[in-house]
Design a protein. Structure first.
Length: 326
C-alpha cells in the first residue's frame, strides 16, 4: 500500500523493500539531523501491524517465540523472534501488550505469513489474530499512538491509525534518515542484515529478542547449544566505508578480504551525517577483527558488533564475574 506521503513535495520513493514510502524529501542529511533531534518523523507505513486479542494471548505467544512474555507488564515494549526448528530467524517482532491486546509491527510484506502461522497455532486457546496492516501504520517520531516502542537514537516508534499519516507540525524525514541512525546504532534489520540461515547469536539479538531462561519454544535447541558451546558460524559487523567512493555497496554484495576471498555479505548501507558512509554486514566468525575488508569493491574497516567469542566464552566470563562477587 503506497503511502500518501509519497505525494508530498520533494518526496522520492525508496528502493525495495521500502518502495511504498519515501527515501527522502529532498534534504536527506537535514532530515537525519532533525530526526535525531526529535524534530521530525519517519513514515514507516510499509511495515506490517498485527494485533493478538484474548485472555490467553501472552501465555500462548510465550510458548511460540524466543522472548519471555508470561507476566509481561502492560505497555512494556519488547522484541521476540519466531525461529525455525533449526533455530534460523523467520520473523522479528516488536511488540507491546496494552492490557487488552498485544500489538506488534514487523518487516514489510511479512505480516500475512506471520498472521497465518499464528492463526494456525491457536488450537483451542482463547486468542484471535488480526492482520491490521491496512488500518494501522508505523511511524517513528514524537507523538501518541495505540502502541509505542523505544527506537534508535532516542526516537519513539508508534502504531497509529492510517489517517494519522497526514503531515502535521513535524517535518517529514525519509527512511534514509532512519536507516542511517539504525546502522550507526548497530541494530540489524531482519531480511536485510540477515538471510535464511541467520541464527540469533550471529545478529546480536541475544538479550534483546531472546530470553535464555524460559521454557521450550521452536528453535531453542540451537540457541542453547550456541550459548553453551559458542562458535556461531558468522558475526555482525559495522563497516566504515571509504568516503572517497561515490557509491554505497548494494544489499547482498560480497564482503572480501585481501586476495578476493568472500567472507560474508553486505546487509544495509547508508550515509550518516557524522560517520559518513556505513554499512552492516555478516562475516565469518574467524575473520580477524582488524582485517581490512572490501564491501562490494569499496574499502571498509570493521567495527565489532558481535564478538568472535560470543557464546561459551561470554558464559565463562559471566561465571567468573559471579565468582569474584562471591
Amino acid at each position: 500500500m503506497e503511502s500518501p506521503l509519497l505525494q508530498s513535495r520533494g518526496a522520492v520513493a525508496a528502493d525495495a523493500p521500502d518502495q511504498e514510502i519515501a527515501a527522502h524529501y529532498g534534504e536527506p542529511m537535514h532530515e537525519q539531523r532533525a530526526l535525531e533531534a526529535g524534530e521530525a518523523f519517519v513514515d514507516r507505513s510499509n511495515r506490517g501491524v498485527i494485533r493478538v486479542d484474548g485472555p490467553d494471548r501472552l501465555r500462548w505467544l510465550h510458548s511460540l517465540v524466543s522472548q519471555h512474555l508470561e507476566g509481561l507488564r502492560p505497555n512494556e515494549p519488547t522484541q521476540a523472534l519466531l525461529l525455525s526448528p533449526n533455530g534460523h530467524i523467520e520473523h522479528h517482532m516488536h511488540l507491546v501488550d496494552d492490557g487488552e491486546a498485544v500489538w506488534m509491527h514487523v518487516e514489510p510484506g511479512t505480516a500475512p505469513e506471520l498472521a497465518g502461522f499464528l492463526d494456525r497455532m491457536r488450537f483451542m486457546l482463547r486468542v484471535e489474530v488480526h492482520d491490521l496492516s491496512g488500518e494501522y501504520a508505523v511511524v517513528t517520531g514524537p507523538g501518541e499512538g495505540v502502541a509505542t516502542f523505544p527506537d534508535v537514537a532516542g526516537a519513539v516508534t508508534r502504531i497509529v491509525p492510517r489517517a494519522g499519516l497526514a503531515p502535521g507540525d513535524l517535518r517529514p524525514a525519509g527512511i534514509w534518515a532512519y536507516e542511517a541512525l539504525r546502522i550507526a546504532a548497530h541494530v540489524p534489520r531482519f531480511g536485510l542484515d540477515t538471510d535464511h540461515r541467520t541464527i540469533p547469536h550471529e545478529a546480536g539479538l541475544i538479550g534483546t529478542a531472546v530470553h535464555l531462561n524460559k521454557g521450550c519454544y521452536r528453535g531453542q535447541e540451537t540457541v542453547a547449544r550456541v550459548h553453551n558451546l559458542g562458535r556461531p558460524p558468522r558475526r555482525l559487523v559495522m563497516l566504515h566505508l571509504d568516503g572517497s567512493v561515490d557509491r554505497l555497496p548494494a544489499h547482498g554484495d560480497p564482503v572480501e578480504i585481501p586476495g578476493g576471498r568472500a567472507v560474508g555479505f553486505v546487509g544495509s548501507a547508508a550515509r550518516h551525517h557524522e560517520l559518513g558512509p556505513v554499512a552492516l554486514a555478516l562475516v565469518k566468525r574467524n575473520v580477524p577483527v582488524d582485517a581490512d575488508l572490501l564491501a562490494g569493491g569499496v574499502a571498509a574497516a570493521q567495527e565489532v558488533v558481535v564478538s568472535p567469542d560470543t557464546g561459551a566464552n561470554a558464559q565463562i566470563d559471566l561465571r567468573r564475574t559471579a565468582a569474584n562477587r562471591a
